[in-house]
Design a protein around this ligand. Structure first.
Ligand code: UGA
Length: 432
């Protein structure tokens, strides 16, 4: 099949590369010429394990084309995926749909024979209707089917999530479009996953409902962790004991810092915005957002407490700063507000992250990137394990810190509190 991905951000690039690996010819279009030039030179703008190898393989086989030529890419393709960003609007909760509608207007000018237009970007319920309205002003109304096909890829695990999806959701009432998408996904839906055809609005809703539910699950366990800390219960036992009930499920029950990333914070806000427009009170989701915001403050207060409020000139080391491991993404990472606060409290902050130095932290005073774990930990007063990268899982802190008294705040509960006690290290976890 011939496909076109409009937008070579996370969603467009990963999906485009994976579709090409299934034998399709994929045009990846972006208006950012620099990005397209880089991709044509084999430079990948995002950090995603496994992506480079698949990209290079398919590029060599001429199944993957990176271009700024919108018209050519669209004209040569049967299915067009809209994969542009939908960030939160300034001073509001709603998703900015400018880029999506710009693409729709451009498509209107370009399309002259039947195409299936698919939104993969996360778009609020009824966006498909609006895109259709723009496109149906085409002279021949049968020229397009507008479909919603949300993606459920996790950063850092995107390739596996694409090849082994739990489900593929396709929102359309058009038989023709549904048949085409079913055959496109056939190589992967044959394995274990479900192909689910629903209404277009239904598919749009499923995406938001899924992300908001996962955010709720995390916030729920995080709040329980607060209670565990006061009652001497280990939250890991609670997660295990609860999660073993198949109705609940064990995944996304890991207590930690406030959830971050480009999706949960943005999508929960946008869902509330949609609910407001339809005069519906989604009180649970509203409280999840509040709970997550509070969590950023709560964990920062705990850092202060660990330091006995004596923050002046204290050396604080962050191991991991990204919102989760296996990504270089800093969007809504809770390390940022924590560092801002500690910097104001005159702490000397160092950090090491396997994905390298971060421009998002460069403007915070007293923050320094270290090139290795040992440089970051040497003579530190407090080590904060903020992100659970694998390289942080088997460290000998006594050897690294080379100092008698220091503390560890393990925000991801990687280490055993008992072993830490044996080693006479002041150790704090989350909810234990
Ligand atoms: C999320 C969803 O998991 C994907 O299914 C979805 O496709 C994606 O958003 C999207 O909408 O594009 P992602 O943002 O990559 O994926 O990251 P997650 O793995 O979901 O983690 C989000 C945040 O939750 C991270 O800060 C992570 O540390 C936190 N988390 C996750 C926990 O604190 N505890 C958990 O048990 C799981």
């Amino acid at each position: 099949m011939k496909l076109c991905m409009i937008g070579t951000g996370y969603v467009g690039l990963v999906s485009g590369v994976c579709f090409s690996d299934l034998g399709n010819t994929v045009y990846c279009v972006d208006k950012d010429k620099k990005k397209i030039d880089s991709l044509n030179n084999g430079i990948i703008p995002i950090y995603e394990p496994g992506l480079e190898e698949i990209l290079k393989r398919n590029y060599k086989a001429n199944r993957l084309i990176f271009t700024t030529d919108f018209k050519k890419a669209v004209s040569n393709s049967d299915v067009i995926f809209i994969c542009v960003g939908t960030p939160t609007k300034r001073n509001s909760n709603s998703a900015n749909l400018k880029y999506v509608f710009d693409v729709a207007h451009q498509l209107k000018k370009t399309i002259s024979k039947y195409k299936i237009i698919v939104t993969k970007s996360t778009v609020p319920i009824t966006t498909g209707d609006k895109i259709e309205k723009i496109l149906k002003r085409l002279k021949n109304k049968k020229l397009v089917d507008v479909v919603s096909n949300p993606e459920f890829l996790r950063e850092g695990e995107a390739i596996r999530d694409f090849i082994y999806p739990d489900r593929v959701v396709v929102g359309t009432s058009s038989k023709r479009a549904n048949q085409t998408l079913r055959s496109l996904y056939l190589p992967i839906i044959k394995k274990t996953s479900r192909y689910f055809n629903t209404s277009r609005r239904g598919a749009e809703m499923i995406k938001y409902a899924s992300n908001a539910f996962l955010a709720t699950k995390i916030s729920y366990i995080n709040e329980l962790a607060n209670l565990c800390e006061k009652t001497g219960v280990d939250i890991k036992d609670v997660s295990f004991g609860m999660g073993s009930d198949e109705r609940i499920g064990e995944r996304f029950l890991r207590a930690g810092p406030a959830y971050g990333g480009s999706c949960f914070p943005k999508d929960t806000r946008a869902l509330i915005d949609t609910a407001n427009k339809f005069e519906t009170d989604l009180s649970i989701v509203k409280n999840v957002i509040k709970s997550n915001d509070k969590r950023k403050i709560l964990l920062t207060q705990k850092i202060e407490k660990i330091l006995n409020k004596k923050t002046n000139n204290k050396i604080i080391t962050f191991l991991g700063v990204t919102f989760k491991p296996n990504t270089d993404d800093m969007r809504e990472a809770s390390s940022i507000p924590m560092m801002n606060f500690l910097s104001k409290k005159k702490c000397k902050i160092r950090y090491f992250d396997p994905s390298g130095e971060k421009k998002e932290l460069s403007k915070i005073k007293n923050v320094k990137f270290c090139k290795s774990i040992s440089l970051a930990c040497f003579k530190s007063d407090l080590i904060i394990i903020h992100t659970e990268w694998n390289v942080f899982k088997l460290l000998n802190f006594r050897k690294l810190v080379k100092k008698k008294n220091f503390s560890i705040y393990d925000m991801r509960n990687i280490y055993s509190p008992i072993k830490m006690k044996h080693m006479k290290i002041r150790y704090y976890g989350v909810g234990r």
